[in-house]
Design a protein around this ligand. Structure first.
Ligand code: TYD
Ligand code: MG
Length: 456
């Protein structure tokens, strides 16, 4: 009999009996690939229909009879990870940990496995040999006598081993290397990823063991394959950062057990990832002398206030077309800021090269950084230094107005804690009214006001 094949969109997991060029579900082009599915086995629609589900007696219970003992969580040594997860690992949860290749996923997970001394951990690797993992462990310099390594890619063997060892935490590196004997398609294909995740989900829910799945993400930001898992798993963690910079950000994009606003920061060192508890202190360059083109922004990453240094360099264009470049900031938004400065405020920047840089290789999406960037650009253009004790928090609108930003009190408190003397904010930002701040708050309406105050 001819084996049955189905076409799957590698981006969103939609399926089709024949090849199509454009996915009707996610509108991506050329993402369909043919995959083999076995004849009698769960089509991906009911990939969850694993036989172990049928074994159980299914009972429905009234919600009010369910005990309300607050869930126990496994506390972690790693405070950043613990906070991002919403206060520890929930037993029986399935966590997807995504990131680009080489960003440090295996390092963070091995560190987690080794840091938790009292915890029995099963670390399953389908990518590296036991020797390679040992070398990494030596590099990290931690030891956990209860950490078991398994180099295996078949889910059947992994689940059997897990039932035998009975660990308290399972880490899978990575979901793309696993295969389920129930499916005939190749490891890494959408149907395999779904099936393997469904089987591990069963394991997690039935045995109450939390499972972390490492998943590789492609350059364009979509988790290749694992994107189709986002709705199955309880929590989606994302590890980001510039590979050539030392800082790494840990975010959650989905969390059934906590907020998705938390952010963790790590520094990649020769001996593994170090938690960064005081981000502001490293994101502001300590320098002896002040230079023009530098302004400090009071930003918020998730719920965490951070003061970040922004740098601009404005110089006369050497060639006909002025160059614009931005690191860590949206280039189109930079063009918008320059257009506002040119049209509304009369600064001649059209013939200048403008280069922007956000310290630490961070990517900042918080619009409150606008005001600091504008000031850095003006400072470089005018070649006037902005004092190191001044910081900014405001969004810049199309008419050059300074707009209010969220959680202004938190930003002010952080700036004050770090010893800043003045903060520029929008006049329209409502403050709670208490007046005991040591830092001087300077409300502004337009860019011209700021210019007059700083350079006037
Ligand atoms: P890795 O965890 O293998 O990345 P991933 O699993 O996401 O693909 O880490 C890759 C990089 O981290 C590698 O280029 C080397 C660097 N690294 C350090 O700088 N210090 C360390 O202690 C370790 C273990 C890795
Ligand atoms: Mg890896």
């Amino acid at each position: 009999m001819k084996p049955k094949t189905v076409y799957f969109c590698q981006n969103c997991g939609a399926q089709s009996p024949k090849w199509i060029g454009k996915c009707p579900s996610c509108n991506e082009w050329n993402t369909y690939t043919e995959e083999l599915v076995s004849k009698n086995e769960p089509s991906s629609k009911n990939a969850l229909s694993n036989t172990s589900f049928l074994k159980k007696n299914v009972v429905a219970i009234p919600l009010h009879e369910v005990g309300d003992k607050s869930e126990v969580r496994i506390p972690l040594f790693d405070k950043e990870l613990m906070r991002v997860l919403g206060g520890g690992i929930v037993p029986g949860s399935l966590v997807l940990f995504g990131g680009e290749p080489g960003i440090g996923k295996s390092t963070l997970m091995l560190q987690l496995a080794l840091q938790e001394k009292g915890l029995k951990v099963l670390y399953v690797s389908g990518e590296e040999s036991v020797q390679q993992i040992k070398m990494r462990a030596l590099r990290i310099g931690l030891e956990n006598r209860q950490c078991y390594i398994l180099t295996e890619t078949s889910t059947a063997h992994i689940i059997a081993k897990a039932e035998e060892i009975k660990p308290q935490l399972i880490i899978i590196d990575s979901i793309q290397t696993l295969f389920s004997p129930l499916m005939e398609s190749a490891p890494g294909s959408v149907s395999q990823i779904r099936q393997c995740a469904a089987e591990l989900m069963n394991l997690a829910k039935e045995s109450n063991i939390p499972v972390f799945l490492i998943g590789h993400v492609t350059k364009d930001g979509t988790i290749a394959g694992p994107k189709v898992l986002e709705h199955i798993v309880d929590t989606v963690l994302q590890f980001e950062g510039e590979r050539n910079h030392v800082y790494r950000l840990l975010r959650t994009t989905k969390n059934r057990f906590g907020s998705t606003n938390e952010l963790g920061i790590y520094e990649m060192q020769g001996s593994g990832l170090r938690e960064v508890n005081n981000p502001s202190e490293i994101l502001i360059t300590a320098r002896e002398e002040t230079v023009s083109g530098v302004a400090i922004a009071a930003t918020l990453e998730g719920l965490r206030p951070m003061l970040i240094e922004t740098q601009a360099l404005v110089s006369t264009a050497a060639y006909g077309t002025p160059q614009r470049s931005a690191t860590g900031y949206d280039l189109r938004r930079l063009s918008m800021l320059l257009a506002v400065l040119e049209k509304r405020c009369g600064f001649r920047l059209g013939v200048k090269d403008v280069f922007l840089n956000i310290a630490g290789g961070l990517k900042v999406e918080d619009p409150a950084i606008d005001l600091a960037l504008v000031c850095a650009i003006l400072s470089s253009g005018e070649d006037v230094v902005i004092e190191a004790t001044i910081c900014f928090a405001g969004e810049v609108g199309l008419s050059g107005e300074i707009r209010p930003v969220t959680r202004i009190e938190q930003r002010i408190a952080e700036a004050e804690r770090l010893g800043f003397k003045q903060i520029f904010i929008s006049k329209y930002n409502k403050l709670s009214g208490k007046d005991d701040t040591k830092i001087k708050i300077i409300p502004v309406v337009k860019i011209e006001d700021v210019f007059a105050l700083l350079f006037g």
